[in-house]
Design a protein around this ligand. Structure first.
Ligand code: SF4
Length: 591
């Protein structure tokens, strides 16, 4: 973590995490970049620190050092994104306890601004810290900070369109990007994925889904393709490779026609094509993924939607997911909550995406598939709602249609109803066992090659500070005992486990060898028969522990005996010499 000697602002990235605003590493969120953009524009010195770097700092240097560090800042600006941080692989959003600690340690005169959804959520739950010069932003944190820097007054503010462009573009070259720990360098590229905000709001702003906050934002405001492309160009200049288009409640209604007049505005294929092709023209762009889709809009306007779908398949990287919010298949729930789409519209949209998107791309993944979101706890729900949900999922599967992911979320509290936990749990386990399991096997079949898996953790599904040390990143650990977990870059990647250590923060290709509940197992390809370890051999289906040991012992003996002539010419010769039956299926794993 960069430590300043003279006082500067501290920008603390507490990670936002919304369906349309990814910001947990390897993503860098847009709101934190806008904050840095404000400081860049005001020519104010600052340090960018992620909450994980802050935790490491406290772990290594102690709480006193953290207090000393905070007593030497000109101000603090923080985005806190998750009300209840869940389980994450690579980074964990700031918690309320951590936020409280930072505020407590900060000298009284130092100005501090905290924004993001977690701040609103914690306030609603009664959190009300009393401290002078502390501001909890409920509108645009960046605009509020900018106003403070100009006037010395705290006041809730909204950014103008001009400020949006200005701060987005300066944010693209800010320290939130250039000093992001996941950026990497020329020699070793990191997995950083740049979440770019394309628009705000939802076309259903007049009468949107009752549980959703998007309609409250009013008529959608779009950024032009040129504006977004220019921001991403600047991000590329700062070393960014991978991009996700975020902030889109519906990819298909970006700059749609009839937003003010029509219940189902008409998708406009031109601007989204201009945006996507414009981004692709820059050869520095690696993975490109997008945000949600609105199935009712797609179903009501199949022709322009088909054109957009083709553009998406042409320009996005494989593994792209369009999340569809059905929320419930029950017409009663649909009506009571002014939901967005019904089962018929959903099936029509899913068919269209499957028609064009189910083919596999360069990394071995289906090009573009829908994801499906359900919400439990909406008004009007009953036991029958779960049966309707399940029936619909079976219908979708019986028609041979693919879904990349099914997300089931339970909502509680004011405005929602209590649900039968028994019904909910039984729905969830039916989906996991009867729908998700077979889907996983179809999406990631045994023997399929998946490319560019980025290895992130060893022996557990959470990245630890130790994982960044030589013991876990150097090539010497390759093939040692343990488990490696990794993901391909992009939105909603599948978790891949391999039963030996692979140097972390490297990438390699694997062959799928097994399926878990929500993850898969694999073994790398291109293993070298002269150096492959016992654990690597054991991970290959059909080679057990004993056989792997025999092979490794035989190879060692052979090297001792024939130091001049060297090792076996090829793996098959090695297997034959060890009296182990060679199976042609083994060939795919070796160089
Ligand atoms: S379609 Fe419904 S859930 Fe989706 S953004 Fe609009 S109002 Fe919210």
């Amino acid at each position: 973590m960069v430590e300043s000697t003279s006082p500067r602002w501290l920008v603390l990235d507490g990670y936002e995490d919304e369906p349309a605003a990814f910001g947990v590493p390897p993503y860098v969120g847009f709101h934190i970049r806008y904050l840095c953009g404000v400081l860049e524009q005001a020519k104010i010195e600052y340090d960018y620190v992620t909450i994980d770097q802050w935790r490491d700092f406290i772990r290594v240097e102690g709480e006193d050092a953290a207090s000393a560090r905070l007593s030497n800042v000109s101000g603090v600006a923080c985005i806190a994104g998750a009300v209840v941080p869940g389980r994450y692989l690579r980074g964990t959003p700031i918690s309320l306890k951590e936020t409280r600690n930072i505020i407590r340690q900060l000298p009284a005169q130092v100005p501090a601004i905290f924004g993001g959804w977690a701040i609103r959520g914690w306030r609603q739950q009664g959190w009300n810290p009393l401290r002078s010069n502390l501001f909890l932003a409920v509108q645009d944190t960046d605009a509020t900070l900018s106003n403070f820097l100009k006037s010395g007054q705290w006041k809730h503010c909204r950014r103008t369109a001009e400020e949006w462009t200005l701060w987005a573009q300066s944010g693209a070259s800010s320290k939130a990007v250039t000093q992001h720990p996941d950026l990497g360098d020329e020699e070793k590229r990191g997995p950083l994925t740049y979440e770019v905000e394309v628009y705000q709001g939802c076309v259903r702003y007049k009468r949107g889904c009752k549980f959703c906050i998007e309609p409250k934002k009013g008529i959608p405001i779009w950024r032009t393709p040129e504006d977004v492309i220019e921001e991403v160009r600047l991000a590329h200049e700062s070393g960014v490779e991978h991009v996700r288009l975020g902030g889109m409640t519906d990819t298909y209604t970006y700059m749609a026609d009839g937003v003010q007049e029509l219940e189902y505005p008409i998708p406009n294929p031109e601007p989204i094509a201009q945006l996507l092709h414009g981004l692709r023209e820059d050869e520095r762009l690696g993975i490109l993924h997008t945000d949600n889709g609105n199935p009712s809009i797609i179903a009501e306007h199949l022709e322009p939607s088909e054109e957009i779908t083709k553009t998406l398949v042409e320009t996005l990287s494989d593994g792209a997911v369009l999340s569809f919010g059905l929320e419930s298949a029950d017409p009663n729930v649909h009506q009571a909550n002014w939901l967005n789409c019904d089962a018929k519209q959903l099936k029509s949209a899913i068919s269209l995406i499957n028609k064009h998107g189910r083919g596999r791309g360069a990394r071995g993944l289906p090009n573009l598939l829908p994801g499906l979101n359900f919400i439990a706890g909406l008004n009007g729900e009953s036991s029958a709602s779960y049966d309707l949900n399940l029936n619909l999922l079976h219908e979708i599967r019986n028609e041979g249609l693919l879904l990349r992911r099914i997300n089931i979320r339970q909502v509680e509290g004011e405005g929602f109803q209590d649900i039968s936990q028994k019904d909910f749990n039984s729905f969830k386990s039916s989906v996991r066992d009867n729908i998700d399991g077979p889907l996983l096997q179809e999406l990631f079949p045994l023997g399929e090659k998946l490319c560019d898996v980025h290895w992130e953790t060893h022996d557990g599904r959470t990245r630890l500070a130790a994982h960044q040390t030589e013991a876990h990143t150097s090539k010497d650990c390759h093939g040692k005992a343990g488990i490696s977990f990794g993901r391909q870059i992009g939105a909603y990647p599948i978790l891949i486990g391999v039963e030996y250590h692979i140097p972390l923060e490297t990438q390699s290709d694997i062959i799928v060898t097994g399926h878990g509940a929500r993850s898969i197992t694999g073994v790398e390809i291109n293993l070298n028969h002269t150096s492959v370890s016992q654990k690597q051999l054991e991970a290959i289906p059909g080679i057990g522990e004993k056989t792997a040991w025999k092979l490794v012992s035989q190879r060692a003996k052979n090297i001792r005996k024939n130091s001049q002539s060297g090792a076996y010419q090829n793996p098959q010769q090695w297997f034959d010499a060890t009296n182990v039956d060679w199976n042609d299926d083994f060939a795919v794993f070796f160089e």
